[in-house]
Design a protein around this ligand. Structure first.
Ligand SMILES: *Cc1c(COP(=O)(O)O)cnc(C)c1O
Length: 393
């Protein structure tokens, strides 16, 4: 019974008890194919032996000491992340929203240093950046903001994938210090911007002295077939935020910075009791090590192509299917009508997927998929969509 839980979610009527790889088992022992990975979190699937072992060993040794003392796993993880991301320094948090909070605080501090008293950050329509006051303000979705006014000042909003709008702001708003953007939108329905969007944003930021801050909380950690989505277009941001796939289910977030941005914080300006503690950083280290050893970034690209081809073969041109969009194992199938009911219908067929932005079927399967499992997800999803569209007409 959930009567003592605050009423913030509407969970589907199933409770999972155990997981193994791509599969989840409910309390009745029924097996489900997981094409969602806890919303892009469990990239290595459930109960991955390397991650479980790392966590268990660490739990038997030391869980927490606070950031009043050095934490060796935290230092090692920072080095490892900077190496794959081409960044210089990391601040660790416990969630995505907190990673973005760190980025926003960094941007304001950077602005004040330059003598800008009321620094502004550009954010985009349809974006999702979290549920804290600053990050829900940054989020470009009125539903997430409604009822929480007054919102946080210091944000300017532009349409997504619209360079002219950014240029107009550049020409008119001297208080801007940074732009915060998702390289591919997650919650807004897997929107992939035009290929020159990030490179041109990089140019504008360089010209204006703004920080380019990329929210890679959903797209990062191999999800799109590169370690980070910005690497598809060879763009290095000044600030990059991570969370979801970083700990494979152990809560951890990270705010990475490069160059001048990496030198903005000084002791006392930001912090977290739990952030970067021995347990979460040890889990993330096991994740990175496994991703490298098993070449899971390349696997995400290969499997993503395979699944996309499968979807195109069966759904392309079908009445009711508007678009199929994907980058690696981040896949969206946009329908011409609301389809939230598909989540329950998928569950009835023992498949976990998600619907976002009302009518985009979203798949974020684990990167450890076998070809047959990828094919099974495609077959089940196509069957569901065909039946859904057929039944509606
Ligand atoms: C999930 C998500 C967040 C928020 O992360 P939390 O851990 O839920 O706070 C922020 N940005 C993006 C792009 C996300 O997908």
């Amino acid at each position: 019974m959930a009567e003592h839980l605050m009423n913030t979610y509407s969970p589907l009527p199933v409770c999972f008890e155990r997981g193994e790889g791509v599969y989840l088992y409910d309390t009745a022992g029924e097996c489900y194919l997981d094409a969602l990975s806890g919303i892009a979190v469990c990239g290595l699937g459930h109960a991955h032996p390397a991650v479980s072992k790392a966590i268990c060993t660490q739990a038997g040794r030391l869980l927490h000491t606070s950031n009043l003392y050095r934490i060796s796993h935290q230092e090692t993880l920072a080095t490892s992340l900077c190496q794959v991301a081409g960044m210089d320094r990391v601040f660790f948090s416990n969630s995505g929203a907190e990673a973005n909070e760190a980025a926003l605080k960094l941007a304001r501090l950077y602005g004040h240093r330059k003598g800008i008293d009321a620094p502004q950050v550009i954010v985009t329509e349809g974006s999702f950046h979290g549920r804290t006051m600053a990050t829900l303000t940054a989020t470009g979705n009125r539903k997430i903001q409604a009822g929480f006014e007054p919102l946080v000042p210091g944000f300017l909003r532009a349409p997504y994938d619209d360079l002219d709008a950014i240029q107009t702001i550049a020409d008119n708003s001297p208080g801007v210090v940074a732009i915060l953007v998702e390289p591919i939108t997650g919650e807004a329905g897997i929107r992939i911007p035009s290929e020159d969007y990030l490179p041109k944003l990089r140019e504008i930021c360089d010209r204006q002295g703004w920080l380019l801050m990329l929210d890679e909380i959903q797209t990062g950690m191999g999800r799109t077939g590169r370690w980070f989505a910005c690497q598809h277009v060879d763009v290095r941001p000044d600030v990059m935020t991570l969370a979801k796939g970083l700990g494979n289910g152990v809560p951890i977030g990270a705010c990475l910075a490069h160059g001048e941005a990496a030198e903005v914080f000084s002791p006392g300006k930001h912090g977290s009791t739990f952030g970067g503690n021995p347990l979460s950083t040890c889990a993330a280290l096991a994740v990175i090590e496994t991703m490298k050893k098993d070449q899971l970034v390349a696997a995400a690209e290969r499997l993503g192509k395979r699944m996309r081809q499968g979807f195109e073969e069966r759904l392309q041109g079908l009445a009711g299917v508007v678009a199929i969009r994907s980058a690696g194992l981040m896949l969206g199938i946009e329908l011409d009508r609301p389809c939230v009911a598909l989540m329950q219908q998928a569950l009835d067929r023992k498949l976990l997927l998600n619907v976002t932005a009302e009518r985009v079927v979203r798949l974020l399967p684990p990167l450890i998929l076998a070809n047959e499992q990828a094919d099974e997800i495609v077959a089940l999803t196509c069957g569901l969509i065909e039946d859904f569209l057929g039944n509606e007409q």
